[in-house]
Ligand binder design. Sequence first.
Ligand code: GAR
Length: 236
Amino acid sequence: MSTRKRVAVMISGRGSNLAALMEAASDPAYPAEIVGVVSDNPEAPGLTFAAGRGQPVAVANRRDHPSSDAHDATIDAALRDLAPDFVALAGYMRVLTAGFVAAWQGKLINIHPSLLPAFRGLDSHRQAIEAGVRVHGCSVHFVSPEVDAGPLIAQAAVPVLTGDTEEALAARVLKAEHKLYPIALAMVAEGRARLDGNRVVFDTSGASEKNGGQSVFSPDLTTDMRSIEDLARFTP
Ligand code: GAR
């Protein structure tokens, strides 16, 4: 049994995905441990949450730096202090420099609230409603220099219901995010999903029978989120 992988989390705000990852990692059987949190926002509620649970936290405010490169250099140093095997962006809302992304290539993952490649960038839920899609969701991907365009690790879909507001849809997707991100991080930590060039190589050989080691989760339109709730464990 290999040791648990060290994971640092980067946030800018609320930190509900961070909380979901910390909750998953509180199980000693989970293949990753959260070793610290870095934020660009000193006011991020997620920082208070993490510090309250004994996590090392670091802040690098963009305003204290003359350039994005200088800012990312501070973040890079804070991360290296934590010696992570992987870095998980969880609502980190600032575009990372190409140099930073290159330095962490294959180790840097992100969650985005849409079924990529649809609806990159901000306001993905509004984009989905305006486009009239009937299925929306979230994606976990390796980070590449182009924003929200990196190779996909796992996706979860949710229905768009008639009359959905942006807020209602966001809440449904967020619930899926909290299930999906721990599953995706476990896949990466166990080497079951790894970056090879600009694609993800999947190893499903050791997977349990739960969903055959697959990394796509579909909506059950009659019971809304039940199909994702049924993925009770992080092991696909
Ligand atoms: C989440 O919905 C996450 O997918 C999104 O920000 C929210 C953060 O919530 N991330 C992005 O839009 C990144 N482009 P949280 O702070 O409660 O995890």
